[in-house]
Design a protein around this ligand. Structure first.
Ligand code: NDP
Length: 479
C-alpha cells in the first residue's frame, strides 16, 4: 500500500488530474484504466510522476493506503456505474470513492445512497476547467459526506486552482450538491457565451466593424467591470485569421453551436424547481436553433424589417451594448444562483452561495472579477432571495438599464435576434412589476378548469360560477 490516492480512467481528464495530484508534495498516485494501453502510455510518458500502476481492481485496491481514496474519471453514465460496482467490490467500509465525471446530480444522489449501505463513502465532484484545469488547477465542487471531506479536503485544496490566495474548492454540500452546482455553473456558462455572441453580432451589424476591430473592443472591455476569461478568449477568437482563406476564422466556422447537455440539464431542473432561468434557457435554445439547418432553410421566406440597422454614433452604440451585456450577465448569474438556492432547499443541502462564487474565480470557464461582487453580496445578506437585488447589482442595473432598453429595442427594430438580451430584460421588468397579468391567467384557469383563485382583499380561495349566474363562491383550494 504505497499510494495515498488513486485515479480510475486515464483519458485526457483522468491522466491530467493524476499528473496534477502526483505533482503535489506528499502524494503518491495509483492509476488504473480499463484498457491497459492508456496506463502503459501514461507511465512511460511521465516517469517523473512516480505513478503506481495497477492492472486489476484488486491490485488497485491493494496499492492504496487506508482509507482508500479513488477518483473516477470515466465517461459519464453507464461506465461510471460499472466502475463504482468494481470499486465497491474491492474497497472496504470507510474508503472513499469520488466521481469526478460530469454526472447528472440525480444519478449522484442515487449512487451515494446505494454505496452508503456498504459503509463506503461516495462523493460526486464537479470538475471545471477542462483538460488544462485538470492538469494545472481546476475549480472543484465536491459533494458527499462530512467524513469524506476530512480526508479529501487537504488533497483537493492542494490541486485546485488558486484565486486571490484561496484554493478554488469547497465542500459544497451532501450527496449530489457538488454535481448540482457544477451543472448550474455550466448553465451560466451557456448564458454568458450567448450574451457575448449577441453583443458581437450587434456591434458587427450595427457598426460594420471587422472581427479584428471588435476584438479590440472586447480587449478594452476586459480591462473594466466585464473582465473575465470568456471576454478575454472572445478577443482571441475574433482576432484569429484563417490560414487557408486569409479571412477571419469566425467567418469560416459553421454557425451551428454544439452542446454536451449540461445546459439542458440546468434548464430541465429549473423547470422542475419552478425557478425562471430564462437567460440560460434562451442560450440553450439559441444553440438548438442554430444547429437545425433544415429549419433555417426558411431564412429567405420569412419577411424582416424594411430598413437595415443604421447606427449614427458607433462609440455610443458600443457602450450601450457593453452596458446591455453587463446587465444581462447580472440577470444570468442571479438566475443561476437562485436555482442553486432552490435546489438546496429542495434537496436539503446547506450551500454557502458566497463560497460557490469564490471557487469559480479560478480554474473554470466563467472565472471573472465579477464573482467577487457576488461573494460580497452574500457576505452582506446571506439569505438574499434574488441575487441581483444586492446593492452593487441594483446600482449597476440602474446605470445600465437605459442602454439595455435601447439595445433590445434597436435589435428588435432591426430584426437582429437577441434572445438572451431581451429575455433578461423581460425577466428584470417582470420582477419589478407591481402587478403582473398573472391575475388574468388565474381568471382564465378558473373559467375553463375551476382551478380557483385568491383575492387581494381577503383570505380564502374563490371560484366564479362561470357557466352559471357568475356569482363568486368560496371554494376548496385546488390550486
Ligand atoms: P471520456 O469521457 O472520453 O471517457 C474515456 C474514459 O472512460 C477512458 O478511460 C475509458 O476507458 C473509460 N471508460 C469508458 N467506458 C468504461 C467502462 N465501461 N468501464 C471502465 N472505464 C470505461 O474521458 P474524458 O477524460 O474526456 O472525461 C472523463 C470524465 O470527465 C467524463 O465524465 C467527462 O464528462 C468529465 N469531464 C470532462 C471535461 C472535459 O473538458 N473533457 C471537463 C470536466 C469533466 P478505456 O480507455 O478502457 O476506453
Amino acid at each position: 500500500a504505497a499510494a495515498n490516492i488513486g485515479v480510475v480512467g486515464l483519458a485526457v481528464m483522468g491522466s491530467n488530474l493524476a499528473r496534477n495530484l502526483a505533482s503535489r508534495e506528499g502524494n503518491t498516485v495509483a492509476v488504473y484504466n480499463r484498457s491497459r494501453t492508456k496506463t502503459d502510455e501514461l507511465i512511460a510518458e511521465h516517469p517523473e510522476a512516480g505513478f503506481v500502476p495497477a492492472f486489476s481492481y484488486e491490485e488497485f485496491a491493494s496499492s492504496l493506503s487506508v482509507p482508500r481514496t479513488a477518483v473516477i474519471m470515466v465517461k459519464a453514465g453507464g461506465p461510471t456505474d460499472a466502475v463504482i460496482d468494481e470499486l465497491v467490490r474491492v474497497f472496504e467500509p470507510g474508503d472513499i470513492i469520488v466521481d469526478g465525471g460530469n454526472a447528472l446530480f440525480t444519478d449522484t444522489i442515487r449512487r451515494e445512497k446505494a454505496v452508503r449501505d456498504t459503509g463506503i463513502n461516495f462523493v460526486g465532484m464537479g470538475v471545471s476547467g477542462g483538460e488544462e484545469g485538470a492538469l494545472l488547477g481546476p475549480s472543484l465542487m465536491p459533494g458527499g459526506s462530512d467524513e469524506s471531506w476530512v480526508t479529501l479536503g487537504p488533497i483537493l485544496r492542494s490541486i485546485a486552482a488558486v484565486a486571490e490566495g484561496e484554493p478554488c474548492v469547497t465542500h459544497v454540500g451532501h450527496d449530489g450538491a457538488g454535481h448540482f452546482v457544477k451543472m448550474v455553473h455550466n448553465g451560466i456558462e451557456y448564458a454568458d457565451m450567448q450574451l457575448i455572441a449577441e453583443a458581437y453580432d450587434l456591434i458587427r451589424r450595427g457598426t460594420g466593424k471587422s472581427p479584428a476591430e471588435i476584438a479590440d473592443v472586447f480587449a478594452e472591455w476586459n480591462r473594466g467591470e466585464l473582465e473575465s476569461y470568456l471576454i478575454e478568449i472572445t478577443a482571441e477568437v475574433l482576432r484569429q485569421v484563417d490560414a487557408a482563406t486569409g479571412t477571419p476564422l469566425v467567418d469560416v466556422i459553421l454557425d451551428q453551436a454544439g452542446a454536451k447537455g449540461t445546459g439542458a440539464w440546468t434548464v430541465q431542473t429549473a423547470l422542475d424547481l419552478g425557478v425562471p432561468v430564462s437567460g440560460i434557457a434562451e442560450a440553450t435554445f439559441a444553440r438548438s436553433l442554430s444547429s437545425h439547418p433544415e429549419q433555417r432553410i426558411v431564412s429567405g421566406v420569412l419577411p424582416g424589417p424594411a430598413e437595415a440597422l443604421v447606427v449614427a454614433d458607433a462609440d455610443a452604440f458600443v457602450e450601450d451594448v457593453r452596458l446591455a451585456l453587463f446587465a444581462s450577465k447580472i440577470v444570468a448569474y442571479s438566475q443561476g444562483f437562485d436555482e442553486i438556492r432552490a435546489g438546496a432547499a429542495q434537496y436539503g443541502w446547506s450551500i454557502d452561495l458566497g463560497a460557490i462564487s469564490k471557487i469559480w474565480r479560478g480554474g473554470c470557464i466563467i472565472r471573472a472579477q465579477f464573482l467577487n461582487r457576488i461573494a460580497d453580496s452574500y457576505a452582506q445578506t446571506p439569505d438574499l432571495a434574488v441575487l441581483m437585488t444586492a446593492p452593487y447589482f441594483v446600482e449597476a442595473l440602474g446605470r445600465a438599464q437605459g442602454a439595455w432598453r435601447r439595445i433590445v429595442s434597436t435589435a428588435a427594430d432591426a430584426g437582429i435576434p437577441s434572445p438572451a438580451f431581451s429575455s433578461s430584460l423581460a425577466y428584470y421588468d417582470g420582477l419589478r412589476a407591481k402587478r403582473l397579468p398573472a391575475a388574468l391567467i388565474q381568471g382564465q384557469r378558473d373559467f375553463f378548469g375551476a382551478h380557483t383563485y385568491k383575492r387581494i382583499d381577503k383570505p380564502g380561495t374563490f371560484h366564479t360560477l362561470w357557466s352559471g349566474d357568475r356569482t363568486e363562491i368560496e371554494a376548496e383550494d385546488t390550486h
